[in-house]
Design a protein around this ligand. Structure first.
Ligand code: ZN
Length: 151
């Protein structure tokens, strides 16, 4: 577990310093805004879904704490190129990862690099920071226009 915690620290720091896909995709056709009032994190997720239902491109904007930024950054990497259905399934897995009881090994493998966020479970205040981008992604994919809230 301490190995995972160390990986958590370095991964969060890295993605916070150099967020991946921190940009507006030119051909984005879905977008949603998210806000976590507990921490003040704001994020906008922009997605380009192609005719085949694939997440062709994805980017994010906004500002927030290190965890929310790193989570948004890693989310974009995790869902890019995947079918929308897989992206939504990954949202469920990620949600379970940070809120539920510790995952079994095989489930942990399914979430890949996102497994570093399992440590967030120990800090309930941070769960909302870690899930904000995912809630916002879900809103964008569901094409709901209102602001996604973690509350
Ligand atoms: Zn936060």
């Amino acid at each position: 577990m301490s190995e995972l915690r160390e990986l958590y620290q370095t991964t969060i720091l890295d993605h916070n310093k150099k967020p991946r896909n921190f940009r507006v995709p030119e051909a984005a056709n879905r977008e949603a805004d998210g806000y976590n009032p507990l921490c003040g994190d704001k994020v906008r997720v922009l997605v380009q879904v192609d005719d085949a239902g694939l997440v062709e491109d994805i980017g994010f904007q906004g500002s927030g704490c290190a965890i929310s930024t790193a989570s948004a950054s890693m989310m974009t990497e995790a869902v890019k190129g995947k079918p929308v259905s897989d992206a939504l399934a990954l949202f469920e897995s990620f949600h379970d990862l940070v809120t539920g009881p510790p995952l079994e090994e095989p489930l942990l493998e399914g979430v890949g690099k996102l497994a570093v966020f399992s440590g967030v479970r120990e800090f309930p205040m941070r769960v909302k920071c870690a899930t904000l981008a995912w809630h916002t992604l879900k809103s964008a994919l569901d094409q709901r226009s209102e602001t996604a809230k973690t509350e």
